[in-house]
Design a protein around this ligand. Structure first.
Ligand SMILES: [Zn+2]
Length: 249
């Protein structure tokens, strides 16, 4: 028999207003993946749930089984509020993007513990460092790997040509790189950018924080991954659009 009450460690993905005083809260836990629950009264100014259900907070939440499909958040406590993050527009934009990618990439109630720990690592990176661009690329590449759709980056997926011998298109259809002889599609990535992506996909997080990416490499990587992710998510991220506008501004 399923328990009536239970507790989860979770990251809040987003919330939205529901009825007069309530909020519907989307969160991600290691044990149960992405889910939505009801926080009754959370829109009232004096509600203790109000601060608990803010996006990008890491929380320990107690739930009660609801009568319908929605369980009810009864109480909880903040494990990590990522305080720097809430006071900085750029950090908020990047954290919102990470939450949105998680939401788009995973179905409800699919437990993928690796995504939970990836979320915590990336939120910490956004909170404590100014390497927001790196944090986003790190998350994108590792999320693709966890989902089993990591691009193959060691050679051309068409003719096996080495990455040193061409520029490449990162093809979502092929799940990897295509050299100039195999595809003329844009955007292109250089060998240096491919190596940087290999590194971001595999290296230790501490080493990644010390990386310096030049503007051209960064731009190539960002564009290539955007095409790749849009294909897999079958949707364009709204938060990414906003970041693109921030960068232009
Ligand atoms: Zn080729």
């Amino acid at each position: 028999m399923e328990e009536r009450n239970y507790r989860l460690q979770a990251v809040i993905l987003h919330n939205r207003d529901y009825k007069e005083n309530d909020k519907l809260v989307s969160f991600f836990s290691s044990e149960r993946g992405k889910e939505t629950a009801l926080a009754k009264g959370a829109r009232k100014p004096n509600s203790s749930l109000r601060s608990l259900v803010q996006p990008f907070c890491e929380v320990e939440i107690d739930f009660a089984k609801g009568r319908g499909s929605l369980d009810i958040i009864t109480q909880g406590q903040l494990s990590n509020a990522y305080l720097n993050l809430h006071n900085d527009l750029d950090k908020i934009a990047y954290a919102t993007y990470i939450m949105e990618l998680t939401d788009l990439a995973l179905p409800e109630k699919k437990a993928v513990p690796a995504v939970f720990y990836l979320l915590l690592a990336t939120l910490t990176m956004i909170d404590l460092s100014d390497e927001l661009f790196l944090a986003a690329r790190f998350f994108e590449l590792r999320l693709l790997a966890v989902l089993g759709v990591a691009p193959i980056l060691n050679c051309c997926s068409g003719c096996r040509r080495s990455i040193a011998e061409s520029t490449f298109y990162l093809s979502p259809y092929r799940g990897g790189l295509l050299c100039a002889s195999c595809s003329a599609e844009q955007p292109r990535v250089s060998a240096g950018t491919v190596r940087m992506m290999q590194y971001l996909a595999t290296a230790d997080l501490k080493k990644i924080l010390n990386l310096k990416i030049n503007n051209q490499m960064g731009h190539e990587m960002e564009q290539a991954l955007e095409v790749y992710l849009n294909y897999y998510l079958e949707k364009v991220s709204q938060a990414k659009r906003f970041i693109n506008q921030l960068e232009k501004g």
